[in-house]
Design a protein around this ligand. Structure first.
Ligand SMILES: [Zn+2]
Ligand SMILES: [Zn+2]
Length: 343
């Protein structure tokens, strides 16, 4: 084993409104006691999760290590150990080595596609597909599917979507026709998986491929992410705006959020929406059998023109539902009161 005298220590820096900001927020949300600490060389460092998931703590640790490394290069002594959660950190004793050169040679054919495949099948900034993992992605790559345009800033949008659709369809064991869309694949996959399921088992929607609309947004994010990765060696980030690549700015929380569906996307075909919504607009809407909801003996819903608002909608089923909900709520209140008196 050869020993290199060059040691590279890399830290990532997150900007506030970055495409990873929502992932970061989700990470710290799961951390208990996610307080901000004052971290110094002489105080015990909080647990790994508290340091790494709370941005402020992580920044302090990085700064501390960086300063010490700089001091050391200037001839000053580094304390010979850092204290992490009260325990001294010992050097890692078990080393595993992977020969990167051999691995690259062995998988030459798929190496150029790896960044795109990784981005497309899910990473910190791109949603993944239920039960489609990295092993599946590699299998599809080895089967000859290519992702040449994802991550190339100048690639045509249509080409990117076509390649991505063929790739993801293959991950689901399906094939897209020349004019096929992801929604077609979703439908076909649903038909075929219903066929092999026993009647008693409830079909899980999450096992289906996404709709075309949701898919396109996800592919845009994968393309954007892969463009950034590919540009890493040049040091110049591509001139692309996340807000044009399926992110929106949430100014209340100062983060970028992913767009799951483009605005104004119909959540169901018009014919289905007609079955579950009414468009009553008279002064006393939904008071007669002319209201589709009343005729169907159903309460109105948020999809209806009346929005099922109790001051507006005169549908007797809406009112009945409201009375039942009110009664349930007051039952709950009473039982809460009893709990309080027990305390
Ligand atoms: Zn109505
Ligand atoms: Zn109504």
């Amino acid at each position: 084993m050869t020993v290199s005298s060059n040691v590279f220590v890399l830290f990532d820096k997150y900007h506030k409104k970055s495409i990873k900001s929502s992932t970061r927020a989700a990470r710290s949300a799961g951390v208990q006691h996610c307080k901000e600490h004052v971290i110094t060389l002489t105080t015990p460092i909080p647990s790994r999760d508290v340091v790494l998931n709370v941005a402020h703590n992580k920044e302090q640790l990085i700064e501390m290590i960086t300063e010490e490394l700089l001091d050391r290069t200037q001839g000053l002594r580094l304390p010979n150990r850092l204290v992490v959660t009260g325990k001294a950190v010992t050097p890692v004793e078990v080393w595993t080595s992977v020969n990167i050169g051999d691995t690259v040679t062995k998988h030459q054919a798929i190496v150029p596609q790896l960044l795109a495949a990784h981005a497309l099948t899910g990473c910190d900034t791109v949603g993944c597909y239920f039960r489609i993992g990295k092993i599946k992605a590699v299998k599809v790559l080895k089967a000859g599917y290519r992702l040449d345009s994802i991550g190339q800033p100048e690639a045509q949008h249509e080409t990117i979507i076509r390649e991505a659709a063929q790739f993801i369809a293959a991950c689901y064991g399906e094939k897209v026709g020349p004019n096929g869309s992801m929604s077609d694949i979703r439908y076909r996959h649903w038909i075929s998986s219903m066929g092999i399921k026993c009647a008693a088992s409830v079909h899980q929607l999450k096992t289906l491929p996404p709709t075309s609309e949701a898919f396109v947004e996800n592919v845009k994010r994968a393309h954007f992410q892969a463009c950034i990765w590919r540009s890493a060696l040049t040091g110049e980030a591509p001139d692309m705006d996340p807000l044009e690549n399926a992110w929106v700015s949430d100014d209340n929380f100062g983060v970028l959020m992913s767009v799951t569906l483009p605005p104004q996307t119909e959540i169901a075909p018009a014919a289905v929406m007609k079955l579950i919504q009414c468009g009553c607009s008279s002064e006393t809407p939904c008071s007669t059998e002319r209201c589709g909801c009343v005729a169907g003996q159903m309460s109105c819903s948020a999809f209806c023109r009346c929005r099922a608002e109790i001051r507006t909608c005169r549908n007797r089923w809406t009112m009945l539902k409201q009375r039942i909900e009110d009664a349930n709520d007051s039952d709950k209140d009473e039982s809460n009161d009893e709990d309080d008196s027990d305390d």
